[in-house]
Design a protein around this ligand. Sequence first.
Ligand code: TXA
Ligand code: MG
Length: 320
Amino acid sequence: MSPEIERAVQLLRAGELVAFPTETVYGLGADASNVSAVAKIFAVKGRPQDHPLIVHVPGVEHLDRWACEVPEKARALAKAFWPGPLTLILKRRPEVIDAITGGQDTVGIRVPNHPLALELLKAFDGGVAAPSANRFGHVSPTTAQHVHDELGDAVAMILDGGPCQVGIESTIVDLTGERTTILRPGMVSAFELGKVLGRLPAIGGADAPRVSGSLAAHYAPRTPLALLQPDVVIFAVREAMAANKRIGIIAPMACPLSDERIVWRQISGEAAGFAHDIYALLRELDEMGCARIVVQKPPLNENWRAINDRLQRAVAGSGS
Ligand code: TXA
Ligand code: MG
């Protein structure tokens, strides 16, 4: 075991917070069976107490330590997608603490696909509760530097595993009802889930169980943010220049004009590449003192569902 992992495990056992990389976003980790450690997560994030946390475990064999009544379809999904960006919502075991479940009778579980996270979880040999390592409502961090900028000394340790490969949060699937339901879309799509389940999952609505990511004002930069169709982007640029204001643009095309008031960031036209970079770019532009950030609206098809979901929430919560 590396000295770094050894120290992280010691800190977790001592009830301290350790931020760690996953393939989706960085997590703010605490021992999931330690009430006061879990309470620290809520304090540091400024997160409402009734929002449940995902328990991260090193492998599928840990499933039954947290969940009971695990249906075959849950095991099939775990086998197909773990380690990976998929969170399963299952009936909780009675001993799972209320702070983890938000007082509900279900628990969210995931095996992240990142070598450092897996090393940490294996060495810890327990569950690590971890929300995204940002202040409540803000953009999720995808580098160790982002975590440092967000939380600074409020965490005992930040494990640096480089930039997150997926870049947006896991797909959350509720397996406790008749019909399997996606509560939060992610880069594991409804189609991929449907292939394993033999039936497409439902997409959860407003009456779905509490998922904090489903609040409108979430994943948001502070700068006002707009999603604009490709042909309108250039008008927004002209408008900003006419008003002598700095504008940030995120679009798949190259910047057509050069002016110091335009902060243009080219992003991939593919969903995976877009997801990989979007949070880091929003964060970067947010810090550049732009009057406005414009993201070119991505396509509206299934491949882009999770990205559109995050962008719409970012627009709803921006500027606050
Ligand atoms: O990719 C991810 O899922 C990242 C990494 C760190 O694993 N984690 C993450 O955690 O996004 P967080 O707390 O920012 O978002 C987890 C979401 C929350 O919206 C929470 O309400 C929901 O999962 N959740 C957790 N347990 C739940 C449960 N039992 N029922 C319904 N929703 C649940
Ligand atoms: Mg979050």
